[in-house]
Design a protein. Sequence first.
Lengths: 466, 338
Amino acid sequence: MSGEEKKLKAHLMRRAGFGATSEELDQLDQFTYDELVDSLLHPVDTSWMGEHIVRRFHHEQSGMMSGFGPGEYWLYRMVTTNAPLIEKVTLFWHGLFATGYPKVVHGKVLSNQIDMFRRNGLGTLDNLLVELSKDPAMIVWLDNQDNHTGAINENYGRELLELFSMGVGNYSEDDIKEASRAFTGWTIGNTEYMVLRSDRDSDMPYGRIAWHFEFQEDDHDSGQKTFLGEEGSFNGADIVEIICRQEATAKFISRHLYSFFVEDEIPVPSWNDVPPKDPEAIDILVRSYFENNHSITEMLRTLFTSDFFKDKGVWYKRMKSPAELVAGVLRLSGHLDRPRRDVIDHAMKMTFMGQHLNNPPTVEGWHEGEEWIETGSLLERVNFASEQLGNDRFPGVHQMIERAITSVGSGGSISDRCLDAMGSLEVGSDIMEVLRSISDNLDNGDPATARQIIRLIASSPEFQKC
Amino acid sequence: MVINSNKGNITYQRTIGMSVMEGKGFYYPADSAFGPDGRIYVLNRSLELAGRGRGMRVAVCDSSDNYHGEWGSFGDGPGQFMWPSAICVTSDGQVIIADEHLNKVMVFTSGGDFIEEWGTLGSGEGFLDTPSGLAVNEKNELFVSDTYNHRLQVFSTSGHFLRSFGQNEGLEMPWRLSLGPDENVYVADWGNDRICVYTQEGTFLRSFGDSGSGDGAFNKPCAVVSSKSGKIFVCDWGNERVQVFDQEGNFLELTLGESDLSPWAENFLTVNVEEGKARLNSNLDKTNIPFADPTDRHEVSSHIEKFFWSPMSVSIGPDGLLYVTESNRHRIQVFEIG
């Protein structure tokens, strides 16, 4: 594999996953780039550390009563999965369909929603939106249990259109009302008891009871409706089907995918005023959406194999979210090789960096990109990465150091070899100059030198991005 | 859905406990053991993070629902816990607790006064890596499941190494163990989906069990106990059930659990009128739920409250009843066992 091809695959693995170690990149030599994309989209091996072993040692990640267990459990999956794109896409949908603990007050149902994204996140948008509409955590998050025939609650209908599919300006207030009518009767079983327990944060007498979707036909408004110019006795699934046929939906989802996988866009509220960074790329994704029956898998294949994705101009142009940063560092360090109590501190670090999984600040999710960076969070990010990757007791760090010092004589400086060992990374010429000025005065065959260089790379601006 | 299958000798009797972090109840109970005074010592794992170990304690009660108090605290100091994993009581009433994060074994009086602790992380003889099961015999020899060393070790209660065994049979992350009325050691060989039986000196006698979810098969069994009548009760943790076998390992019957309200739970719902009323209007036994995977027993049990959810420990009380401690439901279901 040529150096350039390896770097392109490393770029893909940073975007479609959480980065790849140099050993993993070596193993990818057997695949062409397009085969690698296909293997990410259709992974044969979806194994990870495993839920049994995690549940054995982390009892709260089994019962999931609090708001912390789901994020800790998910972190294990992100760090140890052999199918990283599934977790990455799950993270994408969690950001878009943000649902949070403070109102739901039930870790298990939030984790079940994440499982639903895992199962459906690479399917068609139509199917995903129907499943989302039936998701118990979403129902309670947006009050659809209070959406009754003759007395609608518009919360879910509004957000489905505004935040989840079409974006502001592409529908009317009447469309919101009609969509809401179509979702009447979509609720959870034992509504009164379950919602009361959430309101009171009650886990008595026997812990949380998981929620399930229930369609209450006698509370469903089956009357005629007019939605986006179409007429019929629509139910929720019909509304989703109409939404997914809209050009606005294709554009909205395409821009979200571009922003998450290619290059940070401005926050969504400004999308009506500011055009996309790469309108041509959005057009390509929109075409893929319609040509492939709204398949997210095929949109991502289009995206990952496009020139606009491979262009070096977009490399290191996305700020890693705290989840991406922490998971990526832990994959490199190899620290979570088995269940460890430290996972709760790692998940807490994400929170300090501004992202508490399953607990977004609002229904709009997190503001991403440069907004992840502020004085306090930057310090957390740099400290976390450099402390983890500076600890040579961790197997992954030990392996990187060994690789960097045993390849002395194979060409390049110790800094080049450390960058390669960390997953074929690149830094700017200014950072490279700093690394060289330090390594020139040290023994380049000494593990301590490699460890110091790795820590410095982990502290670089480029490492904060992907 | 079959709740009890076959011979019908295991009969639900009652439930003890409810979920609270402090006072009358349990929070993620990991294990429980009877003392010579008949009291039940319930080891609560609680939350790892919230309040940094609040609710991590030993709750002491009895089979008549009397609550006798609690003791123990979170931390890494002497006599403190971080991942309390197993508990047993000696014939003279000393309470022994293992911690699988701190890799230590702690000894307390029955009132919770700390006596001593020992244990060092390692793989050599006498070292521990994640102790997760305890049993003690009349001679005060302490049997420890040494999880990541894939073996059992025997110590004096003061930590003097006596012997180890289990490696030859390829134990894979053994969890709980117990001493039967026949004085043999019964081990839940968690990673191999089987039960192994040894003499106390470490001679392998037999094993039984295969991987699966059918009658007699196991999915990560975590605990086992043998009764005076010769039956073997296995916490089939991954299948969220308790299975019953004869001494040769032939399947007899199983239960998925049938909990109703404990007296403590009834009291809570009586006092909290609104919740009690809403609960009465609910159907918590509904089985026609649209599960993503109806064969996923963990998911099914998370929805149906009466079922076992993470049954983590089994023991036979001085009254001859079977006590099943459920971590995720914070309670103990009690069964007559025929």
